[in-house]
Design a binder for this molecule. Structure first.
Ligand code: IVH
Length: 679
């Protein structure tokens, strides 16, 4: 049994630690530990204080939420407190929440309103007679900071409400956030300016809103989703949360398109599962889902506990950032010879899986983040993206931590390592002499989106190259090198798997020109470029023969890609491999070349905005360009059509203002079919 003094000491230590991290997170926008670690510290402290309630003091971090406003901004008292949410981390905790709600309301099932939980910064927007008069941060929930000037720069926040039936005073609450793409672009700009990049979109949003100079805020790609109301005077709101959101939408405020009414806890769990599946594809970061009892009467009956309503809960996703120790840094040699430093980690559970390796990208990144062997690091795994080391927890750096040095010879083949001036990547100069590059080239060739050879996994390729049975991709089709007998005798193979693999290799011989081009692994020729080349030229000989000038006519092909193509086909060895593949029966139908086709959309400019469900923006662009259209990044009077997907940006609004025709995904596809049918 721990004694009271033990508990007292632990509490004092935890409070100091949490206060420190609070300051880093809330005041400096520079967190040093992942949120999950912070939550755990807080939970430990709460548990200890529950054991010894006599030790709770007013200044304990459990007794306040958030931090005091920064010195530079005026204080804004919230007439209706800005509350926080309780969290559920499992289905059990969700069920327990639902049970409490039903029991208190004495009903069997409740209707909830489900919304994604955006990872940004809560703000309050006060409208008087429809005019935005004040915007404030949440602060400690009772007093926030006046950020009116900054908020006025955010395009998605109306300065005046639409319609005329809004209450005289309407305080709207929502989350200001930065979309993933805007965040990436901002960090590129920060690096170019020699400034420190932001750790994540939440920090970038918070840092941008807390700028004392609104001109800087104006350059930041911020947006808002509104999710509730605070003070309301001189007007009535509907009897349910979902209808209230609808009204907010009518008044011109931005509401999440993912908002949905669901029935009971089963509906909540299903919504959580579905959003979870789409999470990585959403254009912004979410860290969970919020469920709110929909009927306002029921909300009132349930009421509040100190800092959170009893009628709402945040069902959180597994943490995407965790802390662990970096044991060593290895080098991985990729298909194009790029040397990637990879962190070997003490196993850590993050984003729903156990992670032992994380990429460090390149030498500059290691230096910029000042990552040293032996450091405690923050690891991030978002969606299916490769885990990466985000930053170092400097406070935990051991005395014997040592720096990483990029080797000057390839750790696999010993060839010289070169780094082109102005490029971040160091490369092994061994080309296909390097077995690591050969292995990666073969894996890429066989991959699903290339030649799609099922059953030819990474481990198998490694062995085939190590045994020197397969030296180039053409050897895969050579039945002497890759005989049934050899295959069946390999590790974890047998007669059956050998048969299946040979059948899969044979099947891959029938392919398409685009797949084949992509499979060759020419630098910077991805799927979309390969498709564009195939569409444009129609046959492989036409591409091989094309001069740089001709290649530059292809949509999406710039000078670098054109050079890569010329260099690739100029190389004798590469042409030999292609001939050998064809001699083994690899073939594809030629396609009708776009250069010979009529182009019904010549002279028409399209702008694409938002996310489409059935095709990527690149695919849409390639199709449009094949039909002769021009695809531009900005809307003007000359724009013929703006294609609008989910979560469109400001381009949509601009198009509306200029009276440019808007097409949703369905209308766009009908147009493609109609126009392509003209050919
Ligand atoms: S409702 C009384 N809805 O999460 C309910 N909050 O952990 C107050 N958040 O401070 C909040 N998306 O910053 C609500 N759809 C959503 C939200 C949301 C993100 C944030 C908000 C809040 C925090 C609570």
């Amino acid at each position: 049994m721990p004694t009271t003094t033990d508990i007292e000491q632990s509490i004092t230590r935890l409070r100091a630690e949490i206060n420190h991290h609070n300051h880093q997170y809330y005041v400096l926008d520079d967190p040093q530990i992942p949120d999950a670690e912070y939550d755990r510290l807080m939970q430990t402290l709460q548990a200890l204080e529950q054991k010894a309630p006599e030790l709770i003091t007013l200044d304990s971090p459990t007794q306040r939420v958030g931090a005091r406003p920064l010195a530079g901004f005026d204080e804004v008292p919230h007439t209706v407190a800005m509350l926080s949410l309780d969290n559920a981390f499992s289905e059990e905790e969700m069920s327990a929440f639902d049970r409490r709600v039903c029991e208190r309301l004495e009903v069997d099932e409740v209707i909830y309103c489900a919304e994604p939980k955006l990872d940004g910064l809560a703000v309050s927007l006060r409208y008087e007679d429809g005019v935005l008069v004040r915007a404030a941060t949440r602060g400690d929930g009772r007093v926030g900071e006046d950020i009116t000037q900054n908020v006025r720069t955010i395009g998605s926040i109306p300065l005046h409400l639409m319609g005329d039936d809004y209450p005289r005073v309407l305080e709207v609450r929502g989350e200001v956030y930065m979309a993933k793409a805007g965040f990436e672009a901002l960090n590129i700009r920060q690096r170019e300016k020699g400034e420190k990049p932001f750790v994540n979109p939440r920090n970038a949003a918070a840092g941008s809103l807390r700028q004392l100079d609104p001109k800087i805020t104006a350059t930041r790609p911020l947006a808002i989703f509104c999710y509730g109301v605070g003070a309301v005077e001189g007007g009535e709101l509907p009897a349910s949360h979902s209808e209230t959101l609808q009204r907010l939408r009518d008044w011109g405020l931005r509401i999440s398109p993912e908002t949905q009414k669901v029935n009971g806890v089963a509906g909540c769990l299903e919504y959580y599962r579905q959003i979870g599946e789409r999470r990585a594809a959403l254009p912004y970061e979410i860290d969970g889902v919020v469920f709110k009892v929909d009927a306002v009467k029921q909300q009132q009956a349930l009421g509040f506990v100190s800092r959170a309503p009893r009628w709402a809960i945040a069902h959180k996703f597994p943490a995407q950032e965790e802390m662990t120790r970096l044991i060593d840094i290895d080098i991985q040699v990729g298909r194009t010879g790029a040397l990637t430093p990879v962190a070997r980690l003490e196993p850590v559970f993050v984003g729903g899986v156990t992670v032992t390796n994380a990429t460090l990208h390149n030498e500059d990144e290691v230096r910029r983040k000042d990552v040293r062997i032996g450091d405690t690091v923050i690891v991030r795994r978002a969606g299916d993206v490769i885990p990466e080391v985000v930053s170092v927890v400097l406070a935990h750096r051991p005395d014997d931590a040592h720096s990483f040095v990029m080797p000057d010879s390839c750790p696999v083949c010993g060839s010289e390592v070169r780094r082109v001036e102005g490029e971040a990547v160091s490369r092994c100069s061994g080309g296909l002499y390097c077995s690591a590059q050969r292995k990666e080239a073969i894996k890429h060739f066989a991959s699903r989106r290339a030649m799609d050879i099922e059953g030819l996994g990474d481990k198998l390729v490694d062995q085939l190259v190590d045994k020197q049975w397969v030296q180039s991709v053409a050897d895969l089709y050579d039945r002497e090198r890759l005989s049934h007998q050899r295959l069946a005798g390999m590790e974890r193979m047998g007669d059956k798997s050998a048969d299946n693999l040979i059948a899969a290799i044979d099947k891959s011989k029938q392919t398409t020109l685009a797949r084949f081009l992509f499979a060759l692994g020419i630098r910077e020729v991805g799927e979309a470029t390969a498709q564009a080349l195939a569409n444009y030229f129609g046959s492989l000989p036409a591409i091989i023969k094309a001069y740089k000038e001709a290649l530059l006519q292809v949509p999406d092909v710039g000078p670098v890609v054109a050079d890569n193509l010329c260099n690739f086909f100029h190389e004798r060895h590469n042409r030999d491999v292609i001939l050998s593949l064809q001699a083994h029966g690899v073939q594809w139908p030629d396609v009708e070349a776009a250069i010979d086709r009529p182009q019904p959309l010549v002279g028409k400019t399209f702008v694409l905005t938002g996310t489409m469900e059935t095709m990527t923006r690149d695919e849409a662009k390639t199709q449009l360009q094949a039909l002769g259209a021009k695809v531009s990044g900005s809307v003007s009077k000359k724009t013929a059509y703006v294609v609008v997907g989910a979560d469109p940006g400001s381009k949509r609004d601009k198009a509306e203002k200029l009276g440019v025709t808007l097409l949703d995904e369905t209308a766009f596809k009908s147009l493609l079919i109609e126009v392509a049918g003209e050919r």
